[in-house]
Design a protein around this ligand. Structure first.
Ligand code: AMP
Ligand code: FE
Ligand code: FE
Ligand code: ZN
Length: 279
């Protein structure tokens, strides 16, 4: 059984509609995928329906924008009840923060001599309720200012870059607590990836596991080299955390993140799903 627990559709900053993503997963030989769009579960119903047609089990998930010691940290949440009032309110707040950030980013881009309009960005956003920097990057590409998303991030949009503007995100520990209250399970996404690595020390991960019941950490991810994976796998074993693996596929939006490029062990997956039944 091949299981990929972290994928994005065009409902956030991936490029495939949820139905197309699930069809692509079937073609890639996957039996299970979790759709984990940023801060929204709006794509889940379409993905589940297509999954039933083509024989791929779709896990309802999302990737929640959180903050820890000033750093952006991504938290994968599976099986959470999106109608839980506290969780729903936080997600609304986070998505509003994404909207609020757009104006200041566009002002900076204009100052930097690479102007794009709100309308140009919204064309890239399409129907997504979760405006992301990749959409701004796509607008910069469409306007001819940069060649691709990577160049847009490297020159302007990356954390600390000249057009970067921070946005609201929920405190990581509160995010974990809320997802759990909403009946879901939590896995720390790419803990030693880009902006996260410096704050996610083994001590911090232990605190999250012991005091907030974090369920797992994403070990096999393209942001982690072989040494990082080995250390994270050992840490997960020591702390009783479930080690997952996944692609973080974004369609055409991220190179070297093909569906199923990393997968989750079936026993780990079964344990994770088993915990959804707890009350
Ligand atoms: P946002 O959700 O608006 O904060 O943007 C973060 C998203 O941008 C991530 O989920 C990635 O998809 C993408 N991203 C972040 N950093 C980079 C980078 N350096 N190069 C390309 N894509 C990036
Ligand atoms: Fe993304
Ligand atoms: Fe992420
Ligand atoms: Zn992701």
């Amino acid at each position: 059984m091949r299981i990929d627990l972290h994928t994005h559709s065009a409902v956030s900053d991936g490029t495939d509609a949820p139905a197309d993503l699930v069809r692509a997963a079937e073609r890639a030989g996957l039996d299970v995928i979790a759709l984990t769009d940023h801060d929204t579960m709006d794509g889940i119903a379409e993905a589940v329906a297509t999954g039933e047609e083509v024989g791929v089990h779709v896990v309802a998930g999302m990737e929640v924008s959180t903050r820890f010691r000033g750093r952006s940290v991504h938290l994968l949440a599976y099986g959470a009840d999106i109608t839980h009032p506290g969780l729903a309110a936080e997600l609304t707040h986070i998505r509003a923060g994404r909207d609020d950030r757009l104006g200041p980013v566009l002002a900076k881009l204009a100052e930097l001599g690479v102007p794009v309009t709100r309308e140009q960005v919204m064309t890239q956003v399409g129907g997504s309720p979760s405006i992301g920097r990749p959409h701004i990057a796509d607008a910069l590409v469409a306007a001819g200012h940069v060649a691709d998303r990577t160049e847009a991030f490297d020159r302007y949009l990356a954390d600390g870059g000249p057009a970067h503007v921070p946005r609201y995100a929920v405190e990581l520990t509160r995010g974990i607590d809320l997802v759990r209250e909403a009946g879901g399970v939590t896995v720390l996404a790419h803990p030693w990836g880009r902006s996260t690595g410096e704050v996610m020390t083994p001590d911090v991960i232990r605190m999250l596991a012991y005091e907030h019941h974090l369920d797992g950490i994403e070990v096999d991810h393209q942001d982690h080299d072989a040494a990082a994976r080995e250390q994270l796998r050992t840490l997960a074993g020591d702390l009783g955390l479930l080690p997952t693996g996944s692609s973080d596929h974004h369609g055409l939006g991220k190179v070297d993140h093909e569906l199923g490029c990393n997968t989750t062990d079936p026993d780990v997956y079964a344990e994770l799903m088993g915990r959804l039944k707890r009350s």
